[in-house]
Design a protein around this ligand. Structure first.
Ligand SMILES: C[S@@+](CC[C@H](N)C(=O)[O-])C[C@H]1O[C@@H](n2cnc3c(N)ncnc32)[C@H](O)[C@@H]1O
Length: 230
């Protein structure tokens, strides 16, 4: 019996080594820059602090809070910063998760967030979370039924994010559209939801000639972005 492996065994060993190396490289960062979303990186200490709070909320405090997924939070921040938003209105604060994502952008634009909720329990958590993230100085939390409270907002608003009860979306749109500046954005969450109210809202943003609407993350919960044309 020979100590040297047969040609077939050699080939199998070479193949196994090749597959092993490829799997290792694919699992490592060598092949990870593949055109998909990578985790956000912090530009400075302030961003690190906010991202750490967002990471904690994402991993440990989602239950009962109906927060947007991370990818939608990141899209909101990107939009806020890209349009240099100074005044952002949110309808549906919950514990502040999506609001903090928007504050990440507002910190850079020198803007502020006016956010609305009807539930005191979630709003109390939001106040704590805004303070933890160090953004409480740029946030105004308005309590009450947003169908009434948004009537007090004086424009111009750069971006409105609608994420409260779905049956209210058509009214929120009607009330906010005149307050959003030309070139501003109306963003709405859960637009992939199948319900009569959401169908009505989707039709409104798709057919209104004053708006240009695109949808993102449609295979998850869906988020619409409508530009109020100039
Ligand atoms: C889906 S959650 C918001 C999640 C939040 N945008 C986030 O991603 O962190 C909806 C919130 O809207 C609030 N809400 C529901 N109806 C409302 C109303 N009529 N006026 C104000 N807030 C309302 C609820 O209390 C709840 O906190």
């Amino acid at each position: 019996m020979s100590f040297f492996p047969s040609e077939v065994v050699c080939r199998q060993l070479a193949l196994a080594a090749f597959l092993g190396c490829w799997t290792f490289l694919a699992a490592s960062r060598v092949f990870s820059a593949d055109g998909r979303d990578a985790p956000p990186t912090a530009k400075d200490v302030q961003e690190r602090k906010i991202l750490d709070v967002l990471d904690d909320l994402d991993k440990h405090h989602r239950r009962g809070n109906m927060n947007v997924p991370v990818e939608d939070g990141r899209l909101l921040r990107l939009l806020v910063e890209a349009i240099d938003a100074k005044t952002v209105v949110e309808i549906g604060t919950s514990n502040g998760y999506s609001g903090i994502w928007m504050c990440l952008g507002l910190r850079k634009t020198g803007g502020r967030l006016i956010t609305h909720d009807i539930d005191e329990g979630r709003a109390a958590q939001a106040r704590k979370n805004f303070a933890r993230a160090g953004v409480d100085d740029i946030v105004t939390l308005v309590m009450g039924d947003a169908h009434e409270t948004i009537g007090r907002i004086e424009g111009p608003v750069d971006l409105v994010f609608i994420d409260a009860e779905k049956s209210g979306y058509p009214d929120y749109l009607e009330q906010m559209l005149p307050r959003v500046r030309p070139g501003g954005l109306i963003v709405a969450h859960n637009t992939s939801m199948r319900s009569a109210a959401m169908a009505k809202f989707n039709k409104m943003i798709q057919t209104d000639p004053r708006l240009e609407t695109l949808y993102f993350h449609v295979d998850n919960q869906g988020i619409s972005v409508s530009l109020k044309k100039r």
